[in-house]
Design a protein around this ligand. Sequence first.
Ligand code: AMP
Ligand code: MG
Length: 338
Amino acid sequence: MRASSKKLIIVLICLACLILTGCAGKEYRATVFAMDTVMQITVYAKDDSSLALCRAKINDVEKMLSTTYEDSITSRLNRGETVTAQEEFIDLLSDCRKYSGLTGGAFDITSYPVVRLWGFTTGEHRVPDQQEIDEAVGRIGMDNIAENVSGEVSLMNGAEIDFGAVTKGYLGDRIRDILTEQGVSSALIDLGGNITVIGKNRGKDWVIGIEIPSRDESGLAGTVAVSDTSVVTSGSYRRYFEEGGRVYGHIMDPKTGYPAENGLISVTIVSPDTEMADALSTGLYVAGLEEAVSIWKETPGFEAVFITDDGTVYVTEGLASCFTINKDYSQKLVIIEK
Ligand code: AMP
Ligand code: MG
Protein backbone atom coordinates (compact mmCIF):
# COMPACT_ATOMS: atom_id res chain seq x y z
CA MET A 1 0.00 0.00 0.00
CA ARG A 2 1.31 3.45 -0.88
CA ALA A 3 2.18 5.82 1.99
CA SER A 4 -0.45 8.35 0.84
CA SER A 5 -3.23 5.68 0.86
CA LYS A 6 -2.18 4.61 4.36
CA LYS A 7 -2.36 8.24 5.52
CA LEU A 8 -5.83 8.59 4.00
CA ILE A 9 -7.06 5.45 5.81
CA ILE A 10 -5.67 6.72 9.13
CA VAL A 11 -7.35 10.09 8.62
CA LEU A 12 -10.65 8.35 7.82
CA ILE A 13 -10.41 6.15 10.94
CA CYS A 14 -9.68 9.23 13.09
CA LEU A 15 -12.66 11.03 11.58
CA ALA A 16 -14.91 8.02 12.25
CA CYS A 17 -13.69 7.94 15.89
CA LEU A 18 -14.37 11.65 16.24
CA ILE A 19 -17.88 11.29 14.84
CA LEU A 20 -18.57 8.28 17.07
CA THR A 21 -17.33 9.93 20.27
CA GLY A 22 -19.04 13.19 19.32
CA CYS A 23 -22.45 11.76 18.49
CA ALA A 24 -22.70 8.39 20.16
CA GLY A 25 -23.17 9.81 23.64
CA LYS A 26 -26.36 8.82 25.41
CA GLU A 27 -28.80 11.43 26.69
CA TYR A 28 -28.65 12.14 30.43
CA ARG A 29 -30.71 14.77 32.23
CA ALA A 30 -30.67 16.44 35.64
CA THR A 31 -33.71 18.34 36.89
CA VAL A 32 -33.07 20.64 39.83
CA PHE A 33 -35.40 23.03 41.61
CA ALA A 34 -33.27 26.00 42.64
CA MET A 35 -33.43 29.80 42.61
CA ASP A 36 -37.21 29.58 42.58
CA THR A 37 -37.25 27.84 39.22
CA VAL A 38 -36.95 24.45 37.54
CA MET A 39 -33.54 23.88 35.95
CA GLN A 40 -32.86 21.15 33.41
CA ILE A 41 -29.46 20.13 32.16
CA THR A 42 -29.40 17.68 29.27
CA VAL A 43 -26.09 16.24 28.13
CA TYR A 44 -25.10 13.82 25.40
CA ALA A 45 -22.20 11.96 26.95
CA LYS A 46 -20.73 8.58 27.78
CA ASP A 47 -22.14 8.73 31.33
CA ASP A 48 -23.88 11.10 33.72
CA SER A 49 -20.89 11.86 35.98
CA SER A 50 -20.74 15.52 34.91
CA LEU A 51 -24.28 16.15 36.16
CA ALA A 52 -23.34 15.70 39.82
CA LEU A 53 -20.74 18.47 39.42
CA CYS A 54 -23.42 20.72 37.91
CA ARG A 55 -25.80 20.10 40.82
CA ALA A 56 -23.04 20.99 43.27
CA LYS A 57 -22.28 24.20 41.35
CA ILE A 58 -25.94 25.27 41.38
CA ASN A 59 -25.92 24.81 45.15
CA ASP A 60 -22.65 26.74 45.60
CA VAL A 61 -23.75 29.69 43.48
CA GLU A 62 -27.15 29.88 45.15
CA LYS A 63 -25.48 29.85 48.57
CA MET A 64 -23.05 32.60 47.53
CA LEU A 65 -25.52 34.97 45.86
CA SER A 66 -29.10 34.34 46.91
CA THR A 67 -30.94 36.88 49.07
CA THR A 68 -32.96 34.01 50.53
CA TYR A 69 -29.88 32.42 52.17
CA GLU A 70 -29.13 34.26 55.40
CA ASP A 71 -25.43 33.43 55.15
CA SER A 72 -24.92 34.33 51.48
CA ILE A 73 -22.46 37.12 50.78
CA THR A 74 -25.36 39.15 49.41
CA SER A 75 -27.42 38.81 52.60
CA ARG A 76 -24.46 39.62 54.81
CA LEU A 77 -23.70 42.76 52.80
CA ASN A 78 -27.37 43.76 52.90
CA ARG A 79 -27.25 43.47 56.71
CA GLY A 80 -24.43 46.03 56.73
CA GLU A 81 -21.51 43.65 57.27
CA THR A 82 -18.10 44.14 55.66
CA VAL A 83 -17.38 40.86 53.91
CA THR A 84 -14.13 39.43 52.62
CA ALA A 85 -15.47 37.91 49.43
CA GLN A 86 -13.99 35.21 47.24
CA GLU A 87 -12.55 36.06 43.84
CA GLU A 88 -15.64 34.84 41.93
CA PHE A 89 -17.81 37.31 43.82
CA ILE A 90 -15.45 40.22 43.20
CA ASP A 91 -15.28 39.33 39.50
CA LEU A 92 -19.07 39.20 39.24
CA LEU A 93 -19.34 42.55 41.01
CA SER A 94 -16.92 44.09 38.57
CA ASP A 95 -18.87 42.62 35.63
CA CYS A 96 -22.06 44.15 37.08
CA ARG A 97 -20.38 47.56 37.16
CA LYS A 98 -19.51 47.07 33.50
CA TYR A 99 -23.12 46.16 32.56
CA SER A 100 -24.41 49.12 34.54
CA GLY A 101 -22.07 51.38 32.56
CA LEU A 102 -23.01 49.77 29.24
CA THR A 103 -26.72 50.33 29.84
CA GLY A 104 -26.43 53.87 31.20
CA GLY A 105 -27.49 52.67 34.66
CA ALA A 106 -30.59 50.78 33.48
CA PHE A 107 -29.08 47.54 34.82
CA ASP A 108 -28.27 48.12 38.48
CA ILE A 109 -27.96 45.44 41.16
CA THR A 110 -28.53 48.10 43.82
CA SER A 111 -32.17 48.36 42.66
CA TYR A 112 -33.04 45.94 45.47
CA PRO A 113 -34.67 48.53 47.80
CA VAL A 114 -37.32 49.26 45.15
CA VAL A 115 -37.73 45.59 44.18
CA ARG A 116 -38.45 44.94 47.86
CA LEU A 117 -40.68 47.97 48.30
CA TRP A 118 -43.05 46.75 45.58
CA GLY A 119 -43.24 43.36 47.30
CA PHE A 120 -41.49 41.31 44.63
CA THR A 121 -39.27 39.55 47.17
CA THR A 122 -42.09 38.33 49.42
CA GLY A 123 -45.06 38.15 47.06
CA GLU A 124 -46.86 40.70 49.22
CA HIS A 125 -47.22 43.13 46.35
CA ARG A 126 -48.34 46.71 46.78
CA VAL A 127 -48.06 50.11 45.13
CA PRO A 128 -45.88 52.21 47.45
CA ASP A 129 -46.47 55.93 47.94
CA GLN A 130 -44.16 58.47 46.29
CA GLN A 131 -42.32 59.29 49.50
CA GLU A 132 -41.33 55.66 50.01
CA ILE A 133 -40.24 55.39 46.39
CA ASP A 134 -38.10 58.54 46.65
CA GLU A 135 -36.46 57.21 49.82
CA ALA A 136 -35.65 53.85 48.18
CA VAL A 137 -34.39 55.45 44.94
CA GLY A 138 -32.08 57.62 47.06
CA ARG A 139 -30.26 54.45 48.17
CA ILE A 140 -29.67 53.16 44.60
CA GLY A 141 -26.33 53.54 42.83
CA MET A 142 -23.36 51.31 42.00
CA ASP A 143 -21.11 53.87 43.72
CA ASN A 144 -22.63 52.72 47.00
CA ILE A 145 -20.72 49.45 46.70
CA ALA A 146 -17.20 49.74 48.11
CA GLU A 147 -14.50 47.15 47.60
CA ASN A 148 -10.76 47.21 48.18
CA VAL A 149 -7.80 45.26 46.81
CA SER A 150 -7.95 42.73 49.68
CA GLY A 151 -11.43 41.68 48.56
CA GLU A 152 -13.30 43.45 51.36
CA VAL A 153 -16.73 44.57 50.22
CA SER A 154 -19.28 46.75 51.99
CA LEU A 155 -22.34 48.80 51.11
CA MET A 156 -22.78 52.49 51.86
CA ASN A 157 -25.68 54.92 52.17
CA GLY A 158 -28.24 52.23 53.00
CA ALA A 159 -27.66 50.40 49.71
CA GLU A 160 -28.85 46.82 49.23
CA ILE A 161 -28.05 44.51 46.34
CA ASP A 162 -29.56 41.53 44.52
CA PHE A 163 -28.07 39.53 41.68
CA GLY A 164 -31.47 38.25 40.49
CA ALA A 165 -30.97 39.74 37.04
CA VAL A 166 -27.65 38.03 36.42
CA THR A 167 -27.31 34.92 38.63
CA LYS A 168 -28.75 32.42 36.17
CA GLY A 169 -26.55 33.78 33.41
CA TYR A 170 -23.49 33.60 35.63
CA LEU A 171 -24.42 30.04 36.57
CA GLY A 172 -25.09 29.07 32.95
CA ASP A 173 -21.50 29.98 32.07
CA ARG A 174 -20.11 28.07 35.06
CA ILE A 175 -22.09 24.94 34.13
CA ARG A 176 -21.03 25.22 30.49
CA ASP A 177 -17.38 25.44 31.66
CA ILE A 178 -17.76 22.37 33.90
CA LEU A 179 -19.37 20.32 31.13
CA THR A 180 -16.78 21.39 28.57
CA GLU A 181 -13.95 20.48 30.97
CA GLN A 182 -15.60 17.08 31.41
CA GLY A 183 -15.44 16.56 27.66
CA VAL A 184 -19.15 17.08 26.97
CA SER A 185 -19.54 18.42 23.45
CA SER A 186 -23.32 18.58 23.21
CA ALA A 187 -25.62 19.89 25.93
CA LEU A 188 -28.67 22.05 26.63
CA ILE A 189 -28.53 23.98 29.89
CA ASP A 190 -31.96 25.38 30.71
CA LEU A 191 -31.94 27.42 33.90
CA GLY A 192 -35.60 28.39 34.03
CA GLY A 193 -35.67 29.78 30.51
CA ASN A 194 -32.07 31.06 30.51
CA ILE A 195 -30.64 28.79 27.85
CA THR A 196 -27.00 27.93 27.16
CA VAL A 197 -26.17 25.36 24.50
CA ILE A 198 -22.95 23.49 23.94
CA GLY A 199 -22.19 22.35 20.40
CA LYS A 200 -25.02 21.09 18.27
CA ASN A 201 -28.06 18.93 18.86
CA ARG A 202 -27.14 15.63 17.20
CA GLY A 203 -25.51 17.41 14.29
CA LYS A 204 -28.08 20.18 13.88
CA ASP A 205 -28.51 23.63 15.40
CA TRP A 206 -30.50 23.81 18.61
CA VAL A 207 -33.86 25.43 17.98
CA ILE A 208 -34.70 27.66 20.93
CA GLY A 209 -38.17 29.12 21.35
CA ILE A 210 -38.92 32.71 22.36
CA GLU A 211 -42.18 32.82 24.29
CA ILE A 212 -45.15 34.97 23.35
CA PRO A 213 -44.78 37.80 25.88
CA SER A 214 -48.33 37.71 27.14
CA ARG A 215 -49.97 37.20 30.51
CA ASP A 216 -52.74 35.04 29.10
CA GLU A 217 -51.47 33.58 25.85
CA SER A 218 -48.94 30.78 25.57
CA GLY A 219 -46.86 29.56 22.63
CA LEU A 220 -43.90 30.90 20.72
CA ALA A 221 -43.37 34.29 19.13
CA GLY A 222 -40.48 32.83 17.18
CA THR A 223 -37.43 30.59 17.31
CA VAL A 224 -33.68 30.97 16.87
CA ALA A 225 -31.52 28.16 15.51
CA VAL A 226 -28.12 28.33 17.22
CA SER A 227 -25.07 26.45 18.50
CA ASP A 228 -22.44 27.21 21.19
CA THR A 229 -24.24 30.24 22.55
CA SER A 230 -26.91 31.36 24.98
CA VAL A 231 -30.44 32.71 24.59
CA VAL A 232 -31.83 34.72 27.49
CA THR A 233 -35.17 36.54 27.66
CA SER A 234 -36.48 39.20 30.05
CA GLY A 235 -40.05 40.40 30.27
CA SER A 236 -42.69 41.18 32.82
CA TYR A 237 -45.42 38.86 31.55
CA ARG A 238 -44.72 36.15 34.15
CA ARG A 239 -43.83 38.03 37.33
CA TYR A 240 -46.21 40.94 37.89
CA PHE A 241 -49.22 41.98 39.92
CA GLU A 242 -52.38 43.94 39.20
CA GLU A 243 -53.81 46.71 41.31
CA GLY A 244 -56.43 49.32 40.51
CA GLY A 245 -56.72 48.01 36.95
CA ARG A 246 -53.00 48.49 36.29
CA VAL A 247 -50.25 45.92 35.84
CA TYR A 248 -46.88 46.25 37.59
CA GLY A 249 -43.93 44.11 36.47
CA HIS A 250 -40.88 42.94 38.43
CA ILE A 251 -38.19 44.73 36.41
CA MET A 252 -37.53 48.14 37.89
CA ASP A 253 -36.31 51.37 36.41
CA PRO A 254 -33.62 52.38 38.93
CA LYS A 255 -34.02 56.04 37.99
CA THR A 256 -37.75 56.29 38.79
CA GLY A 257 -38.26 53.44 41.26
CA TYR A 258 -41.27 52.28 39.21
CA PRO A 259 -41.58 49.11 37.15
CA ALA A 260 -40.00 49.73 33.73
CA GLU A 261 -42.67 50.55 31.19
CA ASN A 262 -41.62 51.93 27.85
CA GLY A 263 -43.28 49.89 25.13
CA LEU A 264 -40.92 46.88 25.22
CA ILE A 265 -42.58 43.67 26.41
CA SER A 266 -39.78 41.18 25.74
CA VAL A 267 -36.03 41.36 25.19
CA THR A 268 -34.04 38.31 24.12
CA ILE A 269 -30.27 38.43 23.99
CA VAL A 270 -28.20 35.87 22.08
CA SER A 271 -24.54 35.78 23.09
CA PRO A 272 -21.83 33.21 23.83
CA ASP A 273 -21.50 35.00 27.18
CA THR A 274 -24.58 33.93 29.18
CA GLU A 275 -23.88 36.30 32.05
CA MET A 276 -23.78 39.24 29.65
CA ALA A 277 -26.96 37.99 27.94
CA ASP A 278 -28.77 37.84 31.29
CA ALA A 279 -27.61 41.28 32.42
CA LEU A 280 -28.36 42.90 29.08
CA SER A 281 -31.78 41.30 28.67
CA THR A 282 -32.79 42.98 31.93
CA GLY A 283 -30.91 46.22 31.28
CA LEU A 284 -32.12 46.71 27.71
CA TYR A 285 -35.69 45.93 28.79
CA VAL A 286 -35.40 48.92 31.15
CA ALA A 287 -33.59 51.08 28.59
CA GLY A 288 -36.35 50.85 25.96
CA LEU A 289 -36.12 50.09 22.23
CA GLU A 290 -34.35 53.20 20.96
CA GLU A 291 -31.65 53.20 23.63
CA ALA A 292 -31.33 49.40 23.40
CA VAL A 293 -30.67 49.59 19.66
CA SER A 294 -27.98 52.23 20.09
CA ILE A 295 -26.32 50.13 22.83
CA TRP A 296 -26.39 47.14 20.46
CA LYS A 297 -24.78 49.25 17.73
CA GLU A 298 -21.95 50.28 20.06
CA THR A 299 -21.37 46.98 21.88
CA PRO A 300 -19.88 43.90 20.25
CA GLY A 301 -20.69 40.37 21.43
CA PHE A 302 -24.45 40.04 21.29
CA GLU A 303 -27.53 40.02 19.08
CA ALA A 304 -31.11 40.66 20.16
CA VAL A 305 -34.82 40.18 19.54
CA PHE A 306 -37.03 42.98 20.86
CA ILE A 307 -40.83 42.76 20.98
CA THR A 308 -42.88 45.90 21.51
CA ASP A 309 -46.40 46.16 22.91
CA ASP A 310 -47.91 46.53 19.41
CA GLY A 311 -46.59 43.05 18.54
CA THR A 312 -43.71 44.20 16.31
CA VAL A 313 -40.69 41.89 16.44
CA TYR A 314 -37.33 43.64 15.93
CA VAL A 315 -34.38 41.36 15.15
CA THR A 316 -30.76 42.53 14.94
CA GLU A 317 -29.08 41.67 11.66
CA GLY A 318 -26.81 38.96 13.11
CA LEU A 319 -29.90 36.83 13.78
CA ALA A 320 -31.66 37.54 10.49
CA SER A 321 -30.80 34.16 9.00
CA CYS A 322 -31.47 32.04 12.10
CA PHE A 323 -34.64 33.68 13.46
CA THR A 324 -38.04 32.36 12.38
CA ILE A 325 -41.13 34.33 13.32
CA ASN A 326 -44.37 32.59 14.26
CA LYS A 327 -46.71 34.24 11.75
CA ASP A 328 -49.74 33.36 13.89
CA TYR A 329 -48.26 35.60 16.58
CA SER A 330 -47.14 38.52 14.44
CA GLN A 331 -46.63 39.50 10.82
CA LYS A 332 -44.60 42.55 11.78
CA LEU A 333 -40.90 41.74 11.54
CA VAL A 334 -38.21 44.42 11.36
CA ILE A 335 -34.52 43.64 10.83
CA ILE A 336 -32.27 46.20 12.55
CA GLU A 337 -29.03 46.98 10.74
CA LYS A 338 -25.84 48.36 12.27
P1 AMP B 1 -34.42 39.10 34.89
O1 AMP B 1 -35.56 38.13 35.09
O2 AMP B 1 -33.11 38.47 34.58
O3 AMP B 1 -34.77 40.18 33.93
O4 AMP B 1 -34.17 39.78 36.30
C1 AMP B 1 -35.19 40.41 37.02
C2 AMP B 1 -34.82 40.48 38.47
O5 AMP B 1 -33.68 41.33 38.67
C3 AMP B 1 -35.92 41.08 39.34
O6 AMP B 1 -36.78 40.09 39.84
C4 AMP B 1 -35.13 41.79 40.44
O7 AMP B 1 -34.74 40.87 41.43
C5 AMP B 1 -33.88 42.26 39.71
N1 AMP B 1 -34.02 43.59 39.08
C6 AMP B 1 -35.15 44.30 38.84
N2 AMP B 1 -34.87 45.43 38.17
C7 AMP B 1 -33.52 45.44 37.97
C8 AMP B 1 -32.63 46.34 37.32
N3 AMP B 1 -33.05 47.45 36.74
N4 AMP B 1 -31.30 46.02 37.32
C9 AMP B 1 -30.86 44.89 37.90
N5 AMP B 1 -31.65 44.02 38.53
C10 AMP B 1 -32.97 44.27 38.55
MG1 MG C 1 -31.48 39.13 33.45
